[in-house]
Design a protein around this ligand. Structure first.
Ligand code: GRF
Length: 204
């Protein structure tokens, strides 16, 4: 097998999607990936601590008091230093500048807890609950400069019709996020794909 693809994960919080990706690299679902760098804009992000406990390179690059573009430059420099080839955003709560998006153009994924384009932005699970939909889900997409935009790689629908509240919606969707993200990352790395307009199509 050729050497694994070097992946960097960016997170701002608890990092359960990062842990799901990491678990998949170790249990045979994602053997083609090595997570070589975890970065956060939040110094005390639990996900960063979890990465350190796993023995991974994990670093905080705080954004406070730093211009957005300059912060992105520091992030990209750290990713390049670690020779990161693909980036996975996993609860990274920052909009990226064009500088960052161009640096990892078509080599950066995000996961969002709704069936995009429904409910972009914050608290997507609560938005779905408040709207009263009976089906929501999660989306893995390539990252572009707009929020929760970019061509869709994979989606999973989740029946939320019998949920008791937004927390149960979030839990149910999160379970699918943990399954979908490793699968989608594996697909974009191993399979051939192309983009026409917004549509990403796998051809192998
Ligand atoms: C997830 O719901 C993800 O879809 C969204 O942010 C949340 C991050 O959760 N982008 P975690 O930090 O991965 O547990």
């Amino acid at each position: 097998m050729s050497s694994p693809t070097r992946v960097g994960v960016l997170l701002s919080g608890r990092g359960s999607n990062f842990l799901a990706l990491h678990a998949a690299t170790r249990d045979g679902r994602l053997p083609e990936v090595e997570i070589v760098q975890v970065l956060s804009n939040v110094e005390d992000a639990p996900g960063l601590e979890a990465a350190r406990r796993l023995g991974l390179a994990a670093k905080a690059i705080p954004h406070r008091g730093v211009k957005r573009r300059e912060h992105d430059r520091l992030m990209v420099a750290a990713l390049r230093e670690a020779e990161v080839e693909w980036v996975c955003l996993a609860g990274y709560m920052r909009l990226l500048t064009s500088y960052f998006v161009e640096a990892y153009s078509r080599r950066m994924l995000n996961i969002h807890p709704s069936l995009l384009p429904a409910f972009p932005g914050l608290s997507a699970q609560r938005q779905a609950w408040d709207y009263g939909v009976s089906v929501s889900g999660c989306t893995v997409h390539l990252v572009d400069e707009a929020m929760d935009s970019g061509p869709i790689v994979a989606q999973a629908a989740v029946d939320i019709s019998d949920c008791a509240g937004p927390r149960e919606v979030a839990d149910r969707i999160l379970e699918q996020e943990h399954r979908l993200y490793p699968q989608a990352l594996s697909d974009v790395i191993r399979r051939r794909w192309s983009i026409q307009g917004r549509r990403l199509t796998f051809s192998s």
